[in-house]
Ligand binder design. Structure first.
Ligand code: NAI
Ligand code: SOE
Length: 382
């Protein structure tokens, strides 16, 4: 009853084609937005969603039926201990990432753990050490890395054709908390962790800028603000931030800044990354993922994803011909396929691992420290 990525008849993503065949029987924990997206990606990669657990047996049963998992299991413990689960996907609120992923590793499972990998660098480090010690694969869905035009930007910067990186800047703006009555588990520090907006979405931006440039943020000055301290009407004061502004410098001495907000009306999921280099500029907007702006002094270009004309790195993640739009789910499909390839022994370029989750936890920690000290410059630990 074991399916493999190679023999199930699903046309593999480019990166998977070369991977050895192996099993990918997923157990998903958490049946919300991400549970559904992960389940689709597992199937596209040729795997099976054999089990699903959620916050109660009832919710698990409903989510399993909705998502199409083969069975619902009554508890997280039962799922991580199930003999027919090869890979545990942790899609729960943030405070559970560390304990659930640790339990999965202890049971000998590979783990895909949602971001933030943990709510502190110490716990993220424990997870890195645990997968390493047990020879398991641990990945974190920093999925914007899988947009072909992000790969194109990376290839252009890394090849040297853009010249020297001079400045990186951008923003990640959302509006789903812009009314004071808007609420979600992410708002509660006990469930979401001490940083909300920055850990939730700033983490993606910082991962992306480091991924594209290959240069790490070494020090930063950040400020956080909470504009709606009484969400939910339960009398509890909200301690997590609605917005953050961060200026930083990198190991290579490049300056940068980013603005993070979950209270910017009209902006749904607008991650904008712009890189100014000596020979030109590049800009990627997550809401226009088929495009990459390449600015030049003489003639700027809005490049459209086209596997026939872009770099091999962008073509590798192009599942569809030019003009047939790819998007968010495609990124997850590629991410899970590459996770499967890694489990099979391959080393897909740019696969975000627990090490990247730890890295992100350090960046978040530096922003929290800096903001608490009124914007004092803080080193990002590594
Ligand atoms: P959600 O609120 O839609 O779903 C959370 C699920 O966890 C629900 O099904 C809930 O019943 C379940 N859950 C709650 N307590 C549980 C418990 N004790 N045991 C088992 N299950 C429990 O949240 P969403 O949007 O799916 O987010 C989940 C995680 O995914 C978060 O950590 C978030 O940061 C991350 N995420 C990542 C994205 C990405 O692009 N990589 C996108 C969206 C979310
Ligand atoms: C909510 O802010 C959210 O779903 C994040 O949790 C995801 O990581 C981001 O990709 C989209 O927005």
């Amino acid at each position: 009853d074991v399916e493999t990525l190679a023999d199930n008849g699903v046309e593999p993503l480019g990166s998977v084609a070369a991977a050895p065949a192996h099993t990918y029987r997923a157990g998903i924990i958490g049946g919300g937005f991400m549970g559904r997206v992960h389940a689709r990606a597992v199937r596209v990669a040729g795997g099976r969603v054999v089990a699903l657990a959620s916050s109660s047996p009832d919710r698990a049963a409903r989510a399993a039926a909705d998502i199409g998992a083969e069975r619902a299991v009554e508890s997280v413990e039962a799922l991580v201990g199930a003999d027919d689960v090869d890979v545990v996907h942790v899609c729960t609120p943030n405070h559970l990432h560390h304990p659930v992923a640790m339990a999965a590793v202890a049971a000998g499972k590979h783990v895909v753990c949602e971001k933030p990998l943990a709510t502190s660098p110490e716990e993220a480090r424990e997870l890195v050490d645990a997968v390493t010690a047990n020879g398991l694969v641990g990945t974190v869905p920093f999925v914007y890395r899988f947009h072909p035009m992000v790969r194109e930007a990376r290839a252009r910067v890394r090849s040297g054709e853009m010249g020297r990186v001079l400045l990186t800047h951008g923003s990640y703006l959302q509006d789903w908390l812009s009314n004071d009555a808007d609420n979600n588990w992410r708002v509660d520090a006990d469930l979401g962790g001490p940083s909300r907006a920055f850990a939730d979405i700033g983490s993606h931006w910082c991962d992306l800028v480091e991924f594209v440039t290959g240069d790490r943020i070494s020090a930063l000055s950040g400020q956080m603000a909470t504009i709606a301290p009484n969400r939910g009407g339960d009398g509890r004061v909200v301690t997590t931030e609605d917005m953050a502004t961060v200026q930083f410098r990198t190991e290579a001495g490049v300056l940068g800044s980013v603005v993070i907000s979950q209270v910017s009306p009209g902006r749904k999921n607008r991650l904008l990354l712009e890189i100014s280099c000596s020979e030109g500029s590049l800009a990627f907007d997550q809401e226009q993922p088929e495009r990459l702006w390449h600015g030049r002094r003489d003639a700027s270009q809005d490049l459209l994803r086209d596997p026939d004309t872009l770099s091999a790195a962008a073509a590798r993640y192009s599942r569809l011909p030019a003009g047939h739009a790819q998007g968010y789910q495609d990124c997850f499909d590629a991410f899970v396929a590459d996770t499967g390839a890694a489990i099979g022994g391959a080393a897909p370029d740019g696969l975000p691992t627990f090490e990247d989750g730890l890295r992100s936890a350090h960046v978040v920690d530096a922003v929290l420290r800096s903001s608490a000290a009124d914007g004092r410059w803080e080193a990002v630990c590594s």
